[in-house]
Design a protein around this ligand. Structure first.
Ligand code: BTN
Length: 256
């Protein structure tokens, strides 16, 4: 009923009208042996999870709240590449369906007109340098209006409807995202991360510009150079001019 033309993704779709968090359900299913490509999707989440333990507001039928279970044969340190891959998939679909160019804010926020439209939460279960499973959670604001988005506390948020001035069919978008995901994933397995890196950088937010970096409890300024061949963030520290590579940090725009 989802009208999907895919080889392996979404052969099993678990659809919940309401749930706590699709991440939570996906973890349970993965632990019970759910296969590569299984999808959990909800109309509404009561305990949507964002990165850094944040809440993710997931209002009923107004957005895409879904998790993808993957069992890739890659070492755990390559897992972040799949997050970057997912961000390029979302950006490609948004661009194609709206003609608006989205940006990706490292590592994986989708930004339109300086506001966040979509986010990705990747969680991994690994044992002895072997990935057991990876769950990629995708949250996309689709048909919310400004009132509904005001409930978001942490970021300036927007929705596809607000940016494109029309309503979108959520099922259709899900279909496009999953099809594009499968294609991109296959390309990544064949050609490796460089293809994703090039694509990511074409959407990269603030490449070549000054940014503010927050690592643990430290804030500093740098120039954003791009991403490395393994997905790390490459920045030049403005204080000492040194190039640094980061794997976990929050970045923000820097206003003089
Ligand atoms: C972020 O902080 O930007 C990531 C947000 C991820 C939200 C999605 S919605 C589907 C899945 N289930 C959750 O509870 N979170 C992710």
């Amino acid at each position: 009923k989802w009208g999907l033309e895919t080889e392996w993704i979404a052969k099993t779709i678990i659809h919940k009208p309401e749930t706590t968090s699709t991440q939570h359900i996906a973890h349970q299913l993965a632990q019970e042996g759910a296969s590569h490509g299984t999808i959990v999707i909800a109309d509404e989440q009561t305990k949507g999870k964002g990165r850094m333990n944040r809440k993710w507001h997931s209002s009923k039928n107004e957005g895409i709240w879904m998790s993808i279970i993957l069992r890739p044969a890659i070492p755990p340190h390559k897992a972040p590449q799949l997050t970057l891959l997912t961000a390029t998939v979302l950006a490609d679909v948004i661009m194609k369906e709206t003609n608006i160019k989205p940006y990706i804010k490292w590592p994986n926020d989708i930004i339109i007109h300086n506001k966040k439209m979509s986010g990705i939460l990747t969680e991994m279960q690994a044992e002895q340098d072997q990935v057991q499973y990876i769950i990629i959670g995708i949250g996309m604001n689709v048909n919310q209006d400004i009132k509904s988005l005001h409930k978001e506390i942490h970021t300036k948020a927007t929705s596809l409807k607000m940016e494109a001035d029309k309503e979108f069919d959520i099922r259709y978008l899900v279909q496009k995202i999953l099809q594009q995901f499968e294609k991109t994933y296959e390309l990544y397995l064949q050609k490796g991360f460089p293809v994703i890196k090039t694509k990511w950088e074409s959407y990269g937010f603030r490449i070549g510009e000054k940014i503010l970096i927050k690592t643990m409890n430290h804030e500093w300024k740098a120039t954003f150079s791009g991403i490395d061949h393994d997905g790390g963030l490459l920045v030049r520290n403005l204080d000492d001019g040194k190039m640094e590579k980061l794997y976990s940090a929050e970045i923000d725009w820097f206003r003089e």
